[in-house]
Design a protein. Structure first.
Length: 224
């Protein structure tokens, strides 16, 4: 398990905006999270062209969140484009062994994610198959600016609390990385850390802030 880390998350429809946002956080983070959606797993489409990333140079480590229906068809292209961590949804998996072998061969870390509708228990069998990195998606896949699903408020109150998912997953996997993604901001980040998360993908609370550097620093203090 790595130390607590804030990872700016880029959720954009065009490569121009993706590039711009990466540049904005290059001096303030170690990793950057790229949301990829082709409109099959999500109701919307985001930038999803690995060829544009291939010749792009940045000091940041790249994690690519594949919100796609058939990750097996595209994972190799994203690895070739420079991804150092690939996030794949178990709801979209059809060939786990292929995905795992592809990442292992390329020495790329594989993170398995669940949507708000999926129980944390569905991740447990993968911990027994040498997966050491998991993500709890705390909003519905695709759209930025959504409210964190805490199981108590809003139209998603019927769903299991994201805090509870993190807590139970941490109990089952003490040494795994657990990333939380979606609706994370100051205060929520702290509660996620207390529940057991150590990686925090943050989009709107970073890129929607008047001062990106201060926003990241404030989030870092929240999870310190």
């Amino acid at each position: 398990m790595t130390d607590a880390e804030i990872i700016p998350a880029v959720n954009a429809a065009s490569w121009e905006v993706v590039k711009k946002n990466i540049r904005l956080v290059e001096s303030h983070a170690r990793w950057v999270h790229l949301d990829v959606a082709d409109g099959t797993f999500t109701p919307n489409t985001l930038w999803h062209n690995p060829a544009e990333l291939a010749d792009f140079e940045t000091p940041l480590l790249l994690e690519v969140h594949l919100m796609v229906r058939n990750p097996e068809a595209v994972i190799e292209k994203w690895i070739e484009a420079g991804a150092r961590r690939i996030i794949v949804h178990i709801e979209a998996l059809t060939d786990f062994d292929f995905i795992k072998k592809t990442c292992d061969t390329a020495r790329v870390l594989l993170t398995l994610s669940i949507t708000p509708e999926t129980s944390w228990t569905n991740l447990v069998p993968y911990a027994k198959r040498n997966i050491i990195s998991f993500q709890v998606l705390s909003v519905h896949p695709g759209l930025a600016g959504q409210q964190f699903i805490d199981g108590e408020t809003g139209g998603d109150a019927y769903l299991e609390s994201s805090y509870d998912k993190i807590k139970r997953l941490r109990e089952h996997c003490p040494f795994c990385d657990i990333e939380v993604d979606g609706g994370v901001k100051v205060g929520i980040a702290k509660k996620c850390k207390e529940a057991g998360a150590n990686l925090f993908a943050v989009a709107s609370a970073v890129f929607g802030a008047p001062d990106i550097n201060e926003a990241i620093n404030e989030l870092k203090r929240d999870v310190d």
